[in-house]
Ligand binder design. Structure first.
Ligand code: NAP
Ligand code: LUD
Length: 285
């Protein structure tokens, strides 16, 4: 039997539709959610993602403010801009698209963001709050994946969960969210021995390595749920994930496609966090 393909684009559209209604309601109470989007340099992939984020804001009725900065901007100038946005009442969320140019320290930049406007949930305070089980924002990609898993009808509790990749953006917070839902979680990385064998234990397998089609059908336990986070553009311009879709879909019970799987969900969750930030601010006043 072929796996069920989870449609992330469709679920993201549904979530954005709900948010649009919520934003209309908030506007009636004079709450106008706003997102500042900062992009540094000319990375074409970052440009695609930032445009998609701005478009989502437009669809939902969130005001977006773009800051497209020169590749050579100094770390200090970038942090000055963040300090200004921290004080700006029209801005509820601040997103600094990563990666940043090599001369800028990403940790220092993230640390400068007001924790109440940290809609990526990358600030150490928000990372820590997730770790102790009291999150104020959920990290967008892992939160989007949890929504997709929920949609698949699978209960995480007691399941063997394997996360391949341990980045601060995806792998580590993903492991934390699965753990918070009582999964038994294993995290693999480039030093893991026999990844294939570890992956084969998984009831729920999340792959975020950035290596085109690294995980083959032979890595997958029959009936597993497979979440492919990878977005890799090949030389022939084709977009593929970190999972070899064709071989995986004959073994998994459920699988996410690339494109149209996790990516659109990341954006929907960013919108959700921005609306939440606006609500939190209005409650604090
Ligand atoms: P990253 O920061 O480059 O981290 C990659 C992780 O994979 C690292 O932990 C690395 O291990 C591990 N790894 C690399 N090669 C490996 C191998 N051969 N075997 C086992 N582990 C290996 O990447 P990321 O930011 O997490 O992103 C991963 C992928 O997801 C990329 O394709 C990215 O474009 C995509 N992505 C998609 C979304 C979305 O919304 N769809 C969001 C974020 C990222 P070490 O730690 O040992 O180096
Ligand atoms: N930085 C992210 N850097 C990169 N794909 C994303 C992403 C949507 N601060 C910060 O947005 O959350 C972030 N916060 N990230 N990413 C990757 C990561 C960041 C990646 C893909 C997509 C967001 C997406 O919508 C489409 C899809 O998978 O269907 C395909 C888009 C295409 O290239 O055609």
């Amino acid at each position: 039997m072929e796996a069920k393909v989870l449609n992330g684009k469709e679920l993201a559209t549904k979530i954005k539709g709900e948010l649009k209604l919520e934003v209309e309601e908030l506007k009636r109470k004079n709450i106008n959610p706003g997102l500042a989007v900062i992009i540094v340099g000319n990375d074409p992939a970052s440009r695609v993602y930032v445009n998609a984020k701005k478009k989502a804001c437009e669809e939902i009725g969130i005001q977006s403010f773009e800051y497209a900065l020169d590749e050579n901007i100094s770390e200090e100038e970038l942090i000055d801009l963040i300090h200004k946005l921290n004080k700006d009442d029209k801005v509820n969320g601040i997103l600094v698209q990563l990666p940043l140019p090599k001369h800028i320290n990403e940790d220092r930049v993230i640390f400068a963001i007001d924790i109440n406007k940290d809609v990526d949930a990358f600030h150490p305070v928000n990372v820590g709050r997730l770790m102790i089980g009291d999150p104020q924002f959920l990290p967008c990609t892992p939160a989007g994946i949890m929504e997709l898993i929920k949609e698949s009808g699978i209960d995480v509790e007691g399941k063997e969960c394997v996360v391949v990749g341990r980045s601060n953006i995806v792998g580590k917070p993903m492991a934390m969210l699965l753990l918070s839902k009582n999964g038994t979680v294993t995290v693999c990385h480039s030093k893991t021995k026999d990844i294939e064998e570890v992956c084969k234990r998984a009831d729920i397998l999340v792959v975020a390595v950035g290596r085109p089609e690294m995980v083959k059908g032979s890595y997958i336990k029959p009936g597993a749920v497979v979440i492919d986070v990878g977005v890799n553009r090949l030389e022939n311009k084709k977009l593929v994930g970190d999972v070899e879709f064709e071989s995986a879909k004959t073994i998994a019970s459920t699988i996410t496609p690339v494109p149209g799987g996790v990516g659109p969900m990341t954006i929907a969750m960013l919108m959700k966090n921005t609306v939440k930030a606006a609500k939190l601010k209005s409650q604090a006043q």
